[in-house]
Design a protein around this ligand. Structure first.
Ligand code: SAM
Ligand code: SF4
Length: 440
């Protein structure tokens, strides 16, 4: 049996959490972690395919894997996650040196895939493993830090926003049973975890499918937060992602009222023109979106609202793009992720006429970046001279200070003696558009 594995993961937090499960599964098989692909017998790439740029990044890494496989054909190369799920058997035509692959709904099959891949030479490659959806939220995870944990509360997505590949690769939206979530969080608290981040593509829809399936006692997402807020030892609860269409007043009230729920809501707007929002199948107008932003700002002091924006959706005119800039100005975001529209094969938007040229998409995203960076700087600047509650995560990038995050999810570089895992009050002395600086 091989002895050492190298894992490289790409993409969203859900993928990062899947990577923790992959580590736990491989380590349960007796493999030890290697920090470089050259030092490993098993190479695992956990992939993202939400935009073309993700595919391009992976291609470079798989080039290294192909070279290492040529040098030592006994090495095993496995690929997990959204890319092989989207491409299925075509994936092996593109990357013939890959021994086996499986999608995000079949992570539990990883030990079988590995066993098939290390069969004596001469047997066929393991191919693509798929046996239908199973809830991977219940698999154990090898966590990076002892005091922080991700907790998956939902899997999949059934929204089918017209640009998005996620529903095709991660399957239908499903909520994890309340008792399972609560048991996991209680176990984490007992193990010393202080901060949890609840994960789902649309956490606001938590419980809807359970109630439709006959579980009348299943709570809403706000009810779930209330239940988890009562778990002793958990000081901070984060969650992502919220869908603006489903952000009800009960959730706004929960964020305002529950002490451990952090004052941060990631609320992807995507665009500001109602025609574009309808073509994206988002299910809200710009006006409805801004009303939700106001409700949050009115109810929750110091709330941070962050967003995702797409520039250059097919057919987007200059006036429609200007509507996105207007929405951004009005919402006064604390931070934003800005994306160039990327056509994904199989999605409705990829087939639309009037694709915006790459040049115009890039020029528009630059304008979004400028504006949202100014907003982030203003938002961070408002903390100067104030005290922020910071959970210390470890050393700063350059190793000279410590770094941690505020309840609003802003990174702070901290001067003064602090221990990772501690929650401290930090006086903020400097701000940039990406980080704060302060003294404990
Ligand atoms: N479920 C979350 C939601 O609805 O907000 C987001 C999940 S998606 C992995 C993260 C972000 O990627 C989206 O909010 C969107 O801005 C962006 N995205 C998804 N598909 C895209 C595409 N085809 N081109 C550009 N950006 C895309
Ligand atoms: Fe994709 Fe829309 Fe689902 Fe988010 S809600 S994962 S953007 S389809």
């Amino acid at each position: 049996m091989p002895a050492r594995y190298y894992l490289r993961s790409f993409g969203c937090q859900m993928n990062a959490h899947d990577a923790e499960r992959i580590r736990a599964l491989l380590e349960a098989e007796g493999l030890e972690r290697a920090d470089a692909p050259e030092a490993a017998d098993v190479l695992v790439y956990n992939t993202c395919t939400v935009r073309k740029s993700a595919d391009d990044r992976l291609a470079g890494h798989l080039g290294t894997a192909a070279r290492l496989k040529r040098e030592d054909p006994g090495r095993v190369v496995l690929v997990t996650g959204c890319l092989p799920q989207a491409e299925q058997q075509d994936f092996f035509t593109r990357y013939p040196f890959v021994d086996g692959a499986l999608g995000p709904q079949n992570l539990h099959r990883l030990p079988d895939l590995l066993a098939a891949a290390v069969e004596p030479a001469g047997t066929a490659p393991a191919g693509f493993f798929e046996d239908g959806a199973r809830f991977s939220g219940d698999l154990a995870a090898r966590r990076a830090r002892p005091f922080q944990a991700w907790v998956q509360v939902m899997s999949g997505c059934t929204n089918f926003c017209s640009y998005c590949i996620v529903p095709y690769v991660r399957g239908p939206e499903r909520s994890r049973a309340l008792d399972d979530v609560v048991a996991e969080v209680e176990g984490l608290a007992a193990a010393g975890v202080r901060e949890i981040t609840l994960l789902g593509q649309n956490v606001n829809a938590y419980g809807l499918d359970l109630r439709r399936g006959g579980d009348g006692g299943a709570p809403s997402f706000a009810g779930l937060l209330e239940r988890l807020d009562a778990v002793r030892g958990i000081d901070r609860i984060r969650f992502m992602t919220s869908h603006p269409r489903d952000l009800g007043d009960d959730l706004v009230a929960a964020v305002a009222k529950l002490p451990s729920v952090c004052e941060h809501v990631h609320l992807p707007a995507q665009a500001g023109s109602d025609r574009v929002l309808a073509a994206m199948r988002r299910g809200y107008t710009a006006c409805a979106y801004l009303e939700r932003v106001r409700a949050l700002r009115d109810a929750v002091p110091d709330v941070s609202i962050t967003t995702d924006l797409i520039a250059g959706f097919p057919g987007e005119t200059e006036a429609e793009f200007a509507a996105t800039l207007d929405l951004v100005r009005e919402a006064a975001f604390d931070a934003a992720y800005t994306f160039v529209f990327s056509p994904r094969s199989g999605t409705a938007a990829a087939e639309l006429p009037d694709q915006v040229t790459a040049e115009v998409r890039r020029e528009r995203v630059e304008r979004l970046i400028d504006l949202t960076q100014q907003q982030a700087l203003a938002s961070h600047g408002a903390w100067l001279g104030r005290r922020a509650e910071v959970l210390v995560e470890g050393k700063s990038r350059d190793g000279r200070l410590h770094r941690g995050r505020t309840r609003q999810n802003v990174t702070v570089n901290i001067s003064g003696a602090v221990e990772p895992g501690a929650i401290v009050a930090v006086e903020i002395t400097a701000a940039t558009s990406t980080t704060l600086r302060g003294t404990v």
